[in-house]
Ligand binder design. Structure first.
Ligand code: FE2
Length: 522
């Protein structure tokens, strides 16, 4: 970097620091705290996950914010790049907290021909509003998973009715932006102001997945939801709405026990469920020692894919196909090949939801895995993996991958390229990998070294390109000492950096990304 660039970075850095206020989280004095045994603070309210407590809107210039590379290719970009994540408004220091329970906060970076605007807002879920009224907050999953330590059930009286925090993922469909939490209904969000518009009941009142799939060819939204806390089923449901929001089908799915199912895959004609035996256990079972955690993967049971025609009228014709035990939180894509389906996803041998982040001995990711299934014979024909990237030596661990995705126009179709976050430890992501699903070659981009981390990278297509990988991978990164957080832009074709753009605010680590097109291109 030449001296003028260095000077610009120093000035920008001072400017950014002065802009970002860091008010403290609200005190969280709850009934029953005195009697409960204390716990260690969660990894997810410290370090890079330390929650933001204020909301901001800041306009700035793309070119003045570039600290690496050249942002010229992004000059004509229009639309918003968003990320949602758990961000508790109340203080959870030394209180049970699970990362799945933080209040949803959206961070948006909108592009308008070289002018940028950063905005962050809390999502006003029913749980958020209730907590604001009572002036304290409990983390339901955190409390349930720490019952044995705290010995407290007080939280069950103060969290009834509303547990959804809309913190897990965003989806754009039928000109709406929806914030999702898989044990609640979606919340509609204004894509510009990020104000919460309200709950969406168009898909019923049952829980709605954080990962509906939008068909790349006709814009259908395929969704499902798993339902826990009931004694009797159904424990799962399914539906499809078309690109205008018209319901095409909606019915229950039979599974033998309450489970967690995080993602679904689709082909152009079929929907693919994945039951990895991550069984739900009630607070009573935890309190009485019948279960060691709220969700336990039954590793002695095979996993199974359930394959159904997209527009089926019921699950009567579902074909369940057993595959070796695996936990898949995110699928990359799937497609039809006659009577066969090909499915790609990040598979881990198991997962411990009690310890997602803090344990340096394992990561939260898996390995890119392919399954080929024959839907007529009900057999697994083939399964294989593509090796993970070589670790960078940040620690002694093997790397892992998750948060897989592909060009959204290819969802449900044969796709050649896929992308995934590379985990170096716990919940820490130090790069992004590109897969060629035909040759099985990979290319990995690293954010730059020790202490520099990202999260999910989203593929943003270049509207002037005509190849599947014409576009950029975008990701919020943190740990660059020149700014509090940044947007990393990578050329998806070459897997080389295009630019790093300093953001005048701290964006804590979080969950899933979403692009929302500008009015002109929507
Ligand atoms: Fe997810």
């Amino acid at each position: 970097m030449d001296s003028s660039s260095e000077r610009r970075v120093r000035i920008l850095s001072r400017h950014l620091t002065s802009l970002t206020s860091s008010s403290t989280a609200l005190p969280n004095k709850r009934p029953g705290d005195e009697a409960a045994n204390p716990v260690e603070s969660s990894f997810f309210v410290t370090g890079d996950f330390t929650p933001r407590t204020n909301e901001q809107t800041i306009s700035f210039s793309l070119h003045k914010a570039v600290i690496e590379g050249d942002a010229s290719p992004l000059e004509h970009l229009n639309g918003s790049f968003m990320r949602v994540g758990p961000n508790p408004k109340f203080d959870f220091t030394n209180k049970p907290y699970h990362v799945f329970d933080g209040d949803g906060m959206i961070h948006s970076l909108s592009f308008n021909n070289g002018a940028l605007c950063y905005t962050n807002k809390f999502i006003h879920t029913d749980a958020f509003v209730r907590d604001a009224k009572q002036n304290f907050s409990f983390s339901v999953m955190g409390e349930a998973m720490k019952i044995a330590e705290t010995g407290s059930m007080t939280w069950t009286k103060h969290t009834r009715g509303a547990i959804g925090r809309a913190n897990t993922a965003l989806v754009s469909h039928n000109n709406r932006l929806l914030a999702l939490f898989e044990q609640d209904v979606p919340y509609a969000i204004d894509p510009v102001s990020l104000e919460t518009i309200g709950k969406v009941l168009d898909f019923g009142t049952a829980p709605f997945t954080a990962h509906p799939k939008i068909c790349g060819s006709n814009g259908d939204m395929v969704y499902f939801g798993y339902i826990n806390g009931r004694k009797k089923g159904p424990f799962c449901h399914y539906g499809v709405v078309d690109c205008n929001g018209k319901t095409l089908c909606s019915f229950p799915i039979t599974v033998p026990a309450p489970v967690m199912m995080h993602d679904i895959a689709i082909t152009s004609t079929r929907s693919i469920f994945f039951d990895y035996n991550n069984r739900y256990h009630s607070p009573k079972e935890l309190m009485t020692g019948q279960a060691k955690s709220m969700y336990v993967v039954e590793e002695n049971l095979p996993a199974r894919f359930g394959i159904l025609s997209r527009y089926a009228a019921s699950d009567a014709d579902m074909v369940w196909i057993e595959v070796p035990t695996a936990v898949v939180f995110h699928f990359l894509n799937a497609w039809d090949e006659g009577d066969e389906v090909v499915i790609w996803g990040c598979a881990a041998s198991s997962i411990d939801l009690d310890n997602l982040g803090g344990d340096e001995s394992r990561t939260s990711g898996g390995i890119m895995t392919c399954w080929r299934l024959n839907v007529v014979t009900g057999k697994l024909l083939q399964t294989f993996t593509i090796p993970n990237p070589t670790p960078t030596g940040i620690n002694s661990m093997e790397s892992a991958v998750d948060f897989a995705q592909t060009n959204s126009t290819k969802i449900g179709q044969v796709s050649r390229f896929g992308y995934a976050a590379v985990f170096c430890a716990g919940f820490q992501v130090d790069g992004v990998i590109k897969y060629d699903l035909q040759t099985f070659e990979t290319k990995t981009y690293r954010f730059g070294g020790k202490g520099l981390f990202g999260g999910e990278s989203m593929f943003v297509p270049n509207e002037f390109g005509d190849k599947e990988d014409d576009g950029w991978l975008m990701c919020f990164v943190y740990g660059d000492e020149r700014c509090e957080s940044a947007l990393e832009v990578i050329d998806a074709k070459t897997m080389k950096q295009v630019a790093r753009i300093a953001i005048p605010a701290r964006i804590p680590a979080g969950f899933m990304l979403n692009g929302y097109p500008s009015k002109e291109t929507r």
